[in-house]
Write a protein that binds this ligand. Structure first.
Ligand SMILES: Cc1cc2nc3c(=O)[nH]c(=O)nc-3n(C[C@H](O)[C@H](O)[C@H](O)COP(=O)(O)OP(=O)(O)OC[C@H]3O[C@@H](n4cnc5c(N)ncnc54)[C@H](O)[C@@H]3O)c2cc1C
Length: 463
């Protein structure tokens, strides 16, 4: 996503752009895959930041609504912890609050107050997402400075202060469970997600999230961006601490005035040549190598039989490490994805990166089998076929992920310390984009990061 939006922005500004992509198609983690006649989104399943994606499209002189049909999800998700009450989140605040009130008297109004507070926080903080390195001046101008105490807190602390039952707080913080981290580690902005769902909405693009990079790829092609697929970069060559070119595994060399990498941490830890590496202080390199990583977890792509009913997303929380599960049923949003009585569905389970890495292939497969053997999700359907599966190692090899990870996990600490800068502080004419450069990993954030990186580069080229 980051590479595609950066390429379009640069091409529109008149630059000659070459994209070197290791895979044989564009889109990275956000692309779709076809299995036995069904189209699946490989990774992402929900668009929670429509304004961010719209902003990125506008910067690329594209109208989001012309390119994609985004359908608002009415019955967004449910969370069930073993032997505990179920929490349902709808796009409607009233419907959600009434459901909570019925189960936990007094909770409905507390939930409404919490959502109103988070809506205010969101409107103050949102503009910062579209700035490369928001500083004091930006915080003063947007009113975001009022939210500094909020930013300094953890998700757990923010949700705790809402005085909601623990079951509800866990359901609202579900986005951190899917990222495989604890609420105490997670950044407070995740507490704004329920407010976003009730105001802006959660969306499913007709045809799946894979249509987002597909639309960007079409645009980039029309601007004559030169895509070289199956071109894996082996090394980024530097001279006198300037990035000067890129060498591929096949031995091709591409000289360039400037280079953008969408490989996140792996850029610094794997791709730079010795001249580039020498420019990075040892202490910084050690710090980068120690950042906690996020595993893509395990995933099963399914064909299911029987009526699929809302909600679109069903989360299940077990009281055990890596106890979060997610069942996704796209046919709830788009019945046309079903054929011959079968519909596509997906089962995800996050896995902590350290556990995935130390367990190796055997440990990852054992976890996948454990998830597949669970009854709770099978009971939803009359029949199930497992069409394909992915464990972290396979995500890593398919998408060329650094240590089989989706880059640094966005802990509160990392968010406050600042993610990887769009312009390298150490190597000149060298830039980074994608999830590692933005405080969040969503598809929209990566699209925004590509625009910001390209803007930074254009400014430098002009100066
Ligand atoms: C299971 C899962 C669920 C997710 N759910 C959601 C969701 O619901 N909503 C949401 O918004 N986001 C979700 N995400 C996150 C989102 O998909 C990613 O953060 C985002 O797509 C990453 O985009 P990116 O620009 O950082 O690059 P990537 O997608 O990582 O792309 C990097 C590209 O670089 C290529 N590459 C790597 N190394 C090299 C090399 N040496 N040479 C050449 N090419 C190379 C790769 O092949 C890849 O195409 C999910 C991700 C996963 C895995």
């Amino acid at each position: 996503m980051g590479g595609l939006t950066a390429a379009i922005r640069l091409a529109r500004a008149g630059c000659s752009v070459t994209v070197l992509e290791a895979r044989d198609k564009p889109g990275g983690l956000a692309s779709s895959i076809d299995v036995e006649g069904f189209r699946f989104d490989a990774g992402p399943y929900v668009l929670l930041d429509r304004p961010g994606l719209k902003w990125a499209f506008q910067q690329l002189e594209l109208q989001l609504e012309d390119k994609l049909q985004l359908n608002r999800i009415p019955d967004v998700y449910q969370v069930q912890r073993d032997d505990d009450a179920e929490v349902q989140v709808f796009d409607s605040l009233e419907r959600t609050a009434n459901g909570l009130e019925n189960r936990w008297p007094g909770c409905g109004d507390r939930y409404r107050r919490f959502i109103h507070r988070m809506q205010k926080t969101y409107s103050r903080l949102q503009p910062l997402q579209w700035m490369p390195r928001p500083g004091v001046a930006a915080a003063m101008r947007t009113g975001a400075w009022r939210e500094i105490p909020f930013i300094l807190r953890s998700l757990q602390s923010v949700l705790g202060s809402a005085k909601l039952p623990k079951t509800v707080a866990n359901a609202l913080g579900i986005w951190t469970h899917v990222a495989g981290q604890t609420m105490a580690e997670a950044p407070s902005p995740l507490a704004m997600v329920p407010a976003v769902i009730h105001t802006i909405g959660a969306y499913y693009p007709a045809g799946g999230i894979g249509t987002v990079p597909a639309a960007l790829f079409d645009t980039a092609n029309s601007l004559e961006v030169d895509f070289r697929f199956s071109s894996r970069v082996k090394q980024i060559r530097c001279r006198n601490r300037h990035a000067v070119g890129v060498e591929t595994e096949a031995g091709d060399y591409h000289p360039a005035d400037a280079i953008i990498s969408n490989v996140g941490l792996g850029t610094y830890l794997r791709l730079l040549d010795d001249n580039g590496l020498a420019a990075i202080p040892d202490r910084v390199r050690d710090g980068l190598a120690k950042l906690p990583l996020q595993s893509p977890g395990v995933c099963a792509y399914l064909a299911v039989k029987g009526p699929t009913k809302p909600p679109y997303l069903r989360f299940r929380l077990h009281d055990e490490p890596d106890g979060c599960r997610l069942l996704i049923t796209p046919s709830v949003m788009d019945p046309a994805v079903a054929h011959d009585g079968w519909a596509p569905a997906r089962l995800l389970a996050p896995m902590r990166h350290d556990r995935a890495e130390s367990g190796g292939e055997a440990g990852q497969q054992a976890f996948l089998q454990q998830v597949l053997a669970e009854d709770w999700w099978r009971q939803e359907f009359d029949d199930v076929r497992v069409l394909a599966t992915r464990i972290p190692m396979q995500w890593g090899s398919t998408f060329h992920l650094f240590r089989d990870s989706m880059n640094p996990v966005m802990t509160g600490e990392f968010m406050r310390a600042g993610r990887l800068a769009h312009r390298s502080p150490w190597v000149r004419r060298f830039y980074l984009t994608g999830s590692a450069t933005h405080p969040g990993q969503w598809v929209s954030f990566c699209a925004v990061s590509g625009v910001l990186t390209a803007n930074r580069l254009l400014k430098d080229l002009g100066s």
